[in-house]
Design a protein around this ligand. Structure first.
Ligand SMILES: CC(=O)N[C@H]1[C@@H](OP(=O)(O)O)O[C@H](CO)[C@@H](O)[C@@H]1O
Ligand SMILES: [Mg+2]
Length: 535
């Protein structure tokens, strides 16, 4: 293969914009869409190399998730269907930042050499995008990158991020992997999980964030109705993507999304984000305007309860040694962590922010439940546990139901659509509405703020981002601010997706949480190179 020449020739239409330094962050690359053509082209090369190396199928999803519509980004998919392995993130950064065509060709040659990739082989790259207008053009740039290494990409068009991950996983396992197969698998497993239970008896209102979740949920809805689940979709594309709607808006503002004004308090509602990998349940509060949230922590608790119920119903002590774990980040509400520790009897782990860390930790259990507070997560089942359930499924309904749950809930990545089905099944099997779910525990009031600093990399954290190591003195000052605040907790960390430092605070009252967040934000500004006026 005359690879460097192919790269040189193909990369000319995709120069790195002057001054643009893309960085592989919490979930891949993200920026204003106009800047990203070179990044996409190079990600095409990268994921083609990953496909050649593994002789399997990889994936590229073009999305900026919950970010504003003019942004875009890319999420990269391993042959397992999971996120790109962390060792290759360095290659992603190296290729994305190569300054000239010649530097890029050299970087590609270096990557192929180090990984021992010599010749074209089997494997390809699936490319999908969300509803952003910039998606098709950026997908074309990624495709040009794939072709540089002699592979022909498969253009999958409009998909949710989790659908693409699922398809890559299934294709590499030799299983039916089309969009229709996804809907059939989820709907079939959901029907099994709720068989013999009473429908919840109310339409579920879904805020689709004006994103790709809307057409995909519409495609699935018809298959759920026979099992007693009716969806009514709102924010289906008639407004701005993630604008005043969607799971991120709800979590940050705790206000009702647009198009929910007339929905009665107490009604079961949920919201997904722009690429449908986050899920937040909510209900309108009396008095108008505000929402009561059922966030990722609460979804994790419900999921763990369902798993534990099923495991305890396994025959002959088969459930005795099953290791169930819940993985959270420091953003998990303290009340949720307390509830899990005191009531659920399963392990709790805290990892740094970013689902790649939670996902990795969840793999260490037979059943690993992980959710970020923002509603991104899933439930992972180990191969050995699923094999055991296969053996028991003939004699045990609980084992068969655990297998069904592993189909409902996406085994590749967090998936809002499968999350909806899991929550609905869990509530229905308990005969619960939102009130019982809400009554498990009461969230501690919390506040999140952002602080602009000259260089957010100046903040270095330890202990799963709960403590600041640098700049020195900042942690002691935060400790002093937290001391004496009833149920007070606060931490700061540089965002991996935005050029800001994030501040989190929680306390017994909202006033105290707000005051603590303000105080800590001022400390960050003063001690970590804040820019602009102090908060
Ligand atoms: C506090 C928060 O919600 N942070 C989000 C956000 O990351 P940051 O690194 O905090 O910008 O975006 C990530 C990608 O979607 C998500 O994994 C993470 O939970
Ligand atoms: Mg998302």
């Amino acid at each position: 293969m005359a690879l460097p020449e192919a790269v040189l020739a193909a990369s000319r239409p995709y120069p790195l914009p002057a001054g643009f330094r893309p960085s592989y962050g919490t979930a891949g690359f993200r920026a204003v869409a106009d800047l990203l053509h070179s990044t996409m082209f190079r990600c095409g090369i990268l994921m083609a190399a990953r496909a050649l190396k593994t002789r399997q199928i990889t994936g590229i999803c073009i999305t900026a998730s919950h970010n504003p519509a003019p942004d875009n980004g890319v999420k990269l998919v391993e042959p397992s269907g999971e996120m790109l392995c962390q060792e290759w993130e360095a290659y992603a950064n190296e290729l994305a930042n190569a300054g000239s065509d010649a530097e890029l060709a050299a970087a590609v040659e270096g990557l192929l050499g180090r990984e021992g990739i010599a010749a074209p082989g089997p494997g390809t790259v699936l490319i999908a995008h969300d509803t952003r207008p910039s998606g098709p053009g950026l997908a074309a740039a990624a495709a040009a990158g794939v072709r540089c290494l002699g592979l022909e990409p498969e253009m999958c068009g409009l998909l949710t991020t989790p659908q693409l991950h699922w398809m890559v996983m299934r294709r590499n396992r030799g299983k039916a992997a089309g969009e229709a197969d996804y809907y059939a698998a989820l709907a079939g497993a959901y029907a099994q999980l709720v068989a013999g239970t009473q429908p919840l008896g109310q339409t579920l209102y879904v805020d689709c964030a004006n994103g790709v979740g809307a057409p995909k949920l519409a495609a699935l809805a018809g298959q759920l109705a026979p099992a007693g689940l009716t969806l009514e979709l709102r924010n289906t594309g008639d407004g701005v993507l993630n604008g005043g709607c969607g799971s991120d808006f709800l979590q940050k503002d705790r206000q009702l999304p647009s198009q929910f004004e007339g929905v009665a308090p107490g009604t079961r509602c949920c919201a997904v984000d722009g690429d449908a990998d986050r899920l937040m349940y909510f209900t309108p509060l009396e008095g108008g305007g505000k929402a009561l949230l059922f966030d990722g922590d609460r979804i994790a608790v419900l999921a763990a309860m369902l798993v534990k119920d099923l495991i305890s119903a396994l025959p002959g002590g088969a459930g005795a040694d099953v290791r169930v774990g819940i993985i959270q980040t420091a953003y998990a509400n303290g009340a949720a962590s307390d509830y899990i520790r005191d009531n659920l009897g399963c392990g709790v782990e805290v990892t740094p922010t970013g689902v790649k860390y939670l996902h990795e930790a969840a793999h260490r259990y037979d059943v690993g439940v992980y959710f970020e507070a923002n509603g991104h997560g899933t439930v992972l089942f180990s191969k050995a546990f699923l094999a055991q359930m296969q053996q028991l499924a003939g004699e045990s309904k609980a084992a068969a139901d655990l297998l069904a749950l592993s189909v409902v809930i996406n085994q590749a990545v967090g998936d809002a659509i499968s999350g909806i089905l899991m929550v609905e099944a869990a509530l229905r099997r308990r005969g619960w509405g939102l009130p019982q779910w809400a009554a498990l525990y009461t969230d501690l009031p919390s506040r999140q703020l952002k602080v602009k600093v000259a260089d957010r990399a100046a903040i270095v954290t330890t202990d799963a981002e709960t403590r600041v190591a640098e700049p020195r003195g900042l942690q002691a000052a935060i400790d002093a601010a937290v001391a004496g605040v009833p149920r007070g907790r606060s931490f700061v960390r540089p965002s991996g997706t935005e050029d800001v430092v994030r501040v989190y605070a929680e306390a017994e009252s909202q006033e105290a949480a707000d005051a603590l967040a303000d105080a800590v934000a001022r400390l960050v500004h003063a001690k970590a190179g804040g820019v602009g006026p102090a908060p």
